[in-house]
Design a protein around this ligand. Structure first.
Ligand code: IMP
Ligand code: MG
Length: 181
């Protein structure tokens, strides 16, 4: 596993501190209100699990699968392949996303949730790669800004490799090449 690591981008300790801070902000903002946390699978599953266990507000959990990536490259057209089970009319939504890259996934998801009648849609992103942005996105809570690297760990993958790592690491060229599908 180790031989594919170029560098550690965010440590598990840094993640824990930032996740704490985000949970505090959400507890303040949504005090006395209901929230639906929508995780974008698969990448956001670890992040959302950590945050929601620190919430003391009323929270329900849903997931969406939006797909557009292969070999770290976007095809530019995000598609919803797993949909919500219940209506979200007039609900407060917080979307949990692992990383915002071109911005196309989030732009599509936000538009979709508004179309489904959500009252308010906020975005919590673990990571953002601003140098790659193609579509503007308002990120309400952004935990770490990272350079233009392919990163894995803490739920994020590269062709399904690396989700279980506690730290977020950048892949080296050998990893990017050998794990290609
Ligand atoms: P966007 O539509 O380009 O913003 O794509 C965001 C999605 O791309 C995220 O949900 C991730 O699944 C994936 N992604 C982008 N960069 C990386 C990366 O460095 N590692 C793992 N997944 C990534
Ligand atoms: Mg994703």
């Amino acid at each position: 596993m180790r031989e594919y690591q170029k560098s550690v981008i965010v440590t598990k300790e840094e993640i824990a501190t930032a996740v704490n801070g985000l949970a505090k902000q959400l507890n303040d903002k949504y005090k006395g209100k209901e929230v639906i946390a929508i995780g974008l699978l698969k990448g956001a599953f670890v992040f959302m699990a950590d945050v929601i266990r620190q919430l003391d507000i009323d929270v329900q959990v849903e997931f969406l699968i939006v797909k557009s990536y292969k070999n770290g490259k976007t095809n530019g057209k995000p598609q919803i392949v797993l949909d919500l089970k219940k209506g979200i009319t007039e609900k407060n939504i917080v979307i949990f996303e692992d990383i915002i890259d071109t911005g196309r996934t989030l732009a599509a998801v936000k538009e979709y949730l508004k179309y489904k009648g959500a009252k308010d849609v906020e975005i919590a992103a673990l990571l953002t790669k601003p140098s790659r942005r193609e579509v503007a996105v308002d990120i309400d809570y952004s935990l770490f800004t990272i350079p233009n690297e392919i990163v894995v760990g803490y739920g994020l993958d590269y062709n399904e490799y690396g989700r279980q790592f506690a730290n977020i690491i950048a892949l080296n060229d050998a990893g990017i090449e050998e794990l290609k599908e």
